[in-house]
Design a protein around this ligand. Structure first.
Ligand code: SF4
Length: 349
């Protein structure tokens, strides 16, 4: 393991959207768990980000933050090795967001691909708010306040890291402190994202209602798998199928052993196995991954105070770093909180 001085700093986060699903696990969480040994990791429960689309009803924000943390702990994030914190408990993020908002041209935000996409796709909510347009600026402050070296993200988020780099460059250009740039430019680490379909064959997503949750008990997993879409060309048991065109086949590719994968491939293509049997094997693989997570989760479910304490301790640790950065930021902008007579007054004294 690299020494603490050699370890590069990583920052990533998830919005407080409640219980996580297999898509969150495969697309981010599993990767974070592996990063903990090699890197100094900061993982943020982004409750303010949840407000950018769900601002009208905040009654479940705290509960949703806790559910996200429970799933993180269940999946293997370790508060001894990583700093797990909640965004709203580190208010320096908001201060930096405000200062960045002064220097970020509107055009940069309007061209972020997810801005238009989400406005078109998320219906029933008024997203013509400043908070929604400005959320990539908040994300930039989340990253830069820790001077992160790396930001692990999926392909769809890489534009946000690029914007973060542009904001860092612009800030450094305006407020270079004694020839030294305040912010490093973080690098994107693209998380390998295997295709993970939901039960209806579309991308697994809460908004499609097609998820398998990390907390789903075995009977629920088996029931969801039973109704899962298959290769549409395989209508009868005697029809050969193609696992490359089947969402259940995609699940096998991610979660099943090479032996099971070989059985599925040969059995499906020759019609030697039925879809019910094949789905049973997929359910076995999922249950064997979810069971140990659900066991780990129990301890915190039974005593949520334990989990909340982890968030509070992590937030206090994160805040120390954030405060130090804000000290440098204010200094660079000539807005230090310490009183210093302006130069004109000093000359007169
Ligand atoms: S046998 Fe399996 S991989 Fe083939 S179509 Fe049925 S569920 Fe899909």
């Amino acid at each position: 393991m690299p020494s603490s001085a050699q370890r590069k700093r990583v920052l990533s986060g998830m919005r407080s959207t409640g219980k996580l699903h297999l898509g969150n696990y495969v697309g981010a969480l599993d990767n974070w768990v592996h990063m903990q040994d090699e890197h100094e990791c900061y993982f943020c429960v982004a409750d303010w980000h949840a407000l950018t689309t769900d601002y009208a009803d905040t009654s479940r924000v705290k509960e949703n933050s806790l559910e996200v943390l429970l799933d993180w702990l269940a999946a293997g994030l370790d508060p001894e090795r990583s700093t797990l914190f909640i965004q709203s408990h580190v208010p320096e993020h908001a201060e930096l967001h405000l200062l960045f908002s002064m220097i970020t041209p509107l055009g940069w935000l309007e061209r972020v691909p997810t801005y238009k996409e989400q406005q078109e796709n998320i219906t029933g909510k008024d997203l013509s708010t400043y908070g929604f347009l400005g959320y990539p600026v908040l994300m930039s402050s989340d990253i830069l306040i820790y001077k992160a070296d790396f930001v692990p993200v999926g392909e769809d988020q890489s534009a946000h890291v690029e914007l973060t780099r542009e904001i860092a460059r612009r800030f450094n250009l305006f407020y270079c402190q004694r020839g030294r740039a305040v912010f490093p430019e973080p690098k994107t680490v693209l998380t390998p994202a295997p295709k993970l379909p939901g039960t209806d064959g579309r991308k697994m997503s809460k908004s499609y209602g097609n998820t398998i949750l990390l907390t789903d008990p075995e009977p629920v997993v088996r029931r969801k798998l039973k109704t899962m879409m298959t290769d549409p060309a395989r209508i009868r048991r005697s029809d050969p199928g193609n696992p490359d065109l089947c969402p259940v086949g995609d699940l096998h590719k991610i979660f099943s052993s090479p032996e099971t994968l070989a059985k599925v491939d040969a059995g499906c293509r020759s019609a030697g196995i039925g879809c019910i049997e094949c789905k049973g094997w997929a359910a076995d693989a999922l249950v064997s991954i979810l069971n140990p997570m659900q066991e780990r989760r129990k301890k915190y479910e039974e005593n949520p105070r334990l989990a909340w304490d982890i968030l509070e301790a992590g937030s206090a640790r994160a805040r120390k770093v954030a405060r130090a950065t804000m000290g440098e930021v204010r200094e660079a902008m000539g807005m230090s909180l310490d009183y210093e007579a302006p130069e004109s007054v000093q000359a007169a004294e």
